[in-house]
Design a protein around this ligand. Structure first.
Ligand code: UD1
Ligand code: MG
Length: 466
């Protein structure tokens, strides 16, 4: 269903995000902690963008500059100077809506720290709200252990009477298993009126948003609740273990959707894939693989155990062997990399390139069919097509001050154990003999050799022993 609905023009969104999240024990505000490769607030902003045509209002307080810098134009901002409670936070958000003069008839309130809500569930909530003509429709959940969540108190007819915060609940109320998920759709007009009469006379001395429910009922309004099918949808991130649960759920959802799109995971539970990663069909991913950031893998690839890719673009039919690490690189179709290769930022491997074990590359371009099969360092280099780089070749790119460039033109052959002292160019089709230290350009088609000629001293060993 997701994505099929058209964004609502009759809905505003307020996202509560002013709290620091003390239990995270962090110097970073909790909504900027990452799960699935993105700060958790991003998932909430995505939901707001999918549901409403209006830019959401983010209520900010702690670390507001960092939050603004991250969210940019994806939100409008309402500043809550002091965290006086969720009711007060919504007042600040609503003030931005009314100040800008075109508040929509309904407003959806989300929490910046609740990232797992499904779009379909929120459409259900919105539809129920519109169908019923409620003043408020709450997303609730049933929990075996209702813990510190607000309890939903219903009357005989099933209407919601009020929400009681755990700290303010009687023993009987505390035993209720239906709890407030902290996500609501309000009639904007009814909300604005009720907010004006909120008080902070409760166990925490805060303006509780939840108190508007009782105000609606007393004023003759109706309040309903939709129970989320899966309580994970209202899981809020308050601690590192909550964050780990969110991460696990995002991983599961991501890998499930990739499997549905035709990707094989030999052991899904032992694989980490950021929500931002894309993989083509018929690619096989082995266990203990970590795929992060903007990594985009083509079709029919094999990603062997222990591979770690971050921001890597991989073409079709590529094999990345065990233990390979790559970052900010491009690997074109048909290439083979590893085992245990290290592609550092700025590596670009053309079609059918082969990079073998214990080869490190950095800011290096390899044209099609080039090979560096064993134990080499290739940095700040341009390697032509079908070049063959022997084992133990090193581009000596750094003179202690500057990084210098090595160019190896098409079809050249670099013998094993060669040092190429950059800046240096090996011409098209040239040969460099094994064991050479190359300090001058090698013209196309020629042979360069710099090793000391071999000496033989006959019967040296037996004489030495005497
Ligand atoms: C709230 C609900 C509770 C519900 C729970 C669901 C109230 C009074 N209680 O409790 O019924 O079960 O959420 O998770 O609303 N925030 C601000 N400014 C503030 C206070 C909070 O922006 O002054 C933000 C927080 O950053 C957070 C959200 O509002 O994103 C919820 O606040 P939190 O303190 O976590 O409320 P709970 O006590 O969990
Ligand atoms: Mg909370």
């Amino acid at each position: 269903m997701s994505g099929e609905r058209v964004k609502s023009v009759a809905l505003d969104v307020i996202i509560l995000a002013a709290g620091l999240g003390t239990r995270m024990k962090s110097s970073t505000i909790k909504i900027l902690h990452e799960a699935g490769g993105r700060p958790i607030v991003d998932y909430v902003l995505d939901l707001a963008a999918a549901l409403s045509a209006a830019t959401p209002v983010l209520v900010i307080g702690h670390q507001r500059e960092a939050v603004k810098a991250h969210c940019g134009t994806r939100a409008r901002y309402a500043v809550q100077e002091e965290q006086l409670g969720t009711g007060h936070a919504v007042m600040m958000g609503a003030a931005v809506l009314t100040a800008q003069g075109h508040a929509a008839p309904d407003v959806l309130v989300l929490s910046g720290d609740v990232p797992l809500t499904r779009e379909d569930t929120l459409w259900e909530l919105i539809d129920e709200h519109r169908r019923s003509g409620n003043s408020a429709t709450i997303l609730s959940m049933r929990l075996e252990e209702p813990a510190m969540y607000g309890r939903i108190i219903r009357d005989g007819s099933g209407q919601v009477l009020r929400i009681v915060e755990a700290r303010d609940a009687s023993a009987e109320e505390a035993g209720i298993h239906e709890v407030n998920g902290g996500i609501y759709v309000f009639s904007t007009e009814a909300l604005l009126e009720a907010l004006a009469s909120l008080s902070s006379e409760n166990a925490q001395g805060e303006y509780y948003l939840t108190d508007v429910i009782e105000i609606f009922r007393k004023g003759g309004g109706a309040v309903g609740a939709v129970i989320a099918r899966d309580p994970v949808e209202t899981l809020g991130v308050n601690s590192r273990s909550d964050l780990a649960m969110v991460e696990q759920e995002l991983q599961q959802r991501k890998i499930q959707s990739l499997m549905e799109a035709g990707v094989t995971f030999r052991n899904p539970e032992a694989t980490l894939v950021d929500t931002t990663v894309e993989i083509g069909r018929d690619t096989v991913v082995y266990p203990f693989v970590t795929l992060e950031g903007s990594t985009n893998i083509g079709e029919r690839c094999v990603i062997e155990p222990g591979v770690h890719l971050r921001d890597v673009t991989v073409g079709n039919g590529v094999v990345i062997k065990t233990g390979t690490v790559a970052e900010d690189s491009v690997i074109e179709a048909g290439a083979s990399v590893g085992p245990c290769a290290h592609l550092r930022p700025g590596t670009h491997l053309g079609p059918d390139v082969k990079i073998g074990n214990f080869v490190e590359t950095k800011k290096a371009t390899f044209q099609s069919g080039a090979k560096a099969s064993h134990l080499s360092y290739i940095g700040d280099a341009e390697i032509g097509s079908n070049v063959n780089i022997g084992a133990g070749t090193i581009t000596c790119n750094y003179d202690g001050v500057r990084k210098n460039k090595t160019t190896i033109e098409d079809g050249a052959f670099i013998g094993s154990d060669t040092q190429l002292i950059a800046p240096v160019t090996i011409g098209r089709g040239a040969y460099v003999g094994a064991g050479s230290t190359i300090t001058k350009d090698v013209p196309a088609g020629s042979l360069a050799l710099s090793r000391v000629p071999q000496k033989i001293i006959k019967d040296w060993a037996p004489r030495q022993k005497k």
